[in-house]
Design a protein around this ligand. Structure first.
Ligand SMILES: Nc1ncnc2c1ncn2[C@@H]1O[C@H](COP(=O)(O)OP(=O)(O)OP(=O)(O)O)[C@@H](O)[C@H]1O
Ligand SMILES: [Mg+2]
Length: 253
């Protein structure tokens, strides 16, 4: 059975897609059959990895318009990586989550259970917010890891998320683990970043860091894994690679 991780904070732009995609690539490059499910109506993970629009998307699967296997897309550039995509344009997933999802909050959990026979690792990339869609994705996961940026508003966001998650777990009888936080775009030369790191470490969380690295954005623009991207022979910073390997070594335990 695959281990399933969602990366979530309701705040936008903290690196959910960048971290989901990068860790999915790392898992696949390490030889694990890995699935990235794009549960964000914006479809950012899908536009990152897919060069052409596939026939079906996640919303088609959950509404029974196609078989799961017809919607899974192998990512050409990254061996062992598969994507269950969402098209940003068209809004089918958004429409589904606003109209039908309330009647079937466990639809993603059932889908993940079915898929977990065929994969080693499953990662869910979520949209910002904490509505029905994000809640369904969280309860479909064994673990939710929170990415945040080194700012006070992200720390506030973490507190809100902890509180909401408590309620969600109780209401939906979920056992989802939440014990890890990733401070993304961290720069140790900046005092404010060091202060936020300290504050995050005061809680009961394991706190990880990913440095600021322009290669993430460049790799996304080039439809590549950050680990594969090179410009004049140079790719991710050594510190970034170290941070990814550290996360990879703990999250799949
Ligand atoms: N460590 C990093 N260093 C430099 N740029 C980064 C880093 N992490 C993310 N970015 C950039 O920041 C932007 C926002 O990241 P991303 O899209 O992953 O956030 P998100 O939380 O998924 O956003 P949303 O809430 O809209 O889904 C992107 O342009 C991405 O390339
Ligand atoms: Mg995103």
């Amino acid at each position: 059975m695959a281990k399933t991780i969602a990366f979530h904070l309701q705040k936008g732009g903290v690196g959910k897609t960048t971290i989901s995609g990068t860790l999915a690539c790392q898992s696949a490059l390490d030889g694990f059959k890995t699935l990235l499910i794009d549960v964000d109506p914006q479809g950012n993970a899908s536009s990152w990895f897919l060069k052409k629009t596939p026939k079906y998307e996640l919303a088609d699967v959950v509404q029974g318009r196609c078989y799961i296997k017809d919607a899974l897309v192998p990512v050409e550039q990254v061996p062992n990586l598969y994507l269950l995509p969402t098209f940003g344009i068209g809004g089918v997933l958004k429409n589904y989550s606003e109209t039908k999802l309330s009647e079937e909050p466990f639809v993603l959990q059932d889908l993940v259970n079915e898929l977990s026979k065929d994969f080693d690792h499953i990662i869910l990339d979520l949209s910002p917010g904490l509505g029905r869609l994000e809640r369904s994705a969280i309860i479909a996961s064994g673990e939710v890891i929170t990415p945040m940026t080194p700012e006070v508003f992200s720390l506030d966001g973490l507190e809100i998320f902890i509180d909401e998650l408590k309620r969600l777990k109780k209401n939906l009888r979920s056992q989802v683990r939440h014990s890890r936080v990733i401070i993304n775009s961290y720069d140790e030369r900046i005092k404010q970043h060091r202060d936020i790191l300290k504050a995050a470490q005061e809680g009961s969380f394991e706190v990880y860091r990913i440095p600021v690295d322009p290669v993430f954005r460049k790799a996304q623009e080039a439809s590549m894994a950050p680990q594969q991207y090179k410009e004049r022979g140079r790719g991710l910073k050594d510190k970034t690679v170290e941070s990814i390997m550290k996360l990879e070594s703990v999250i799949w335990d």
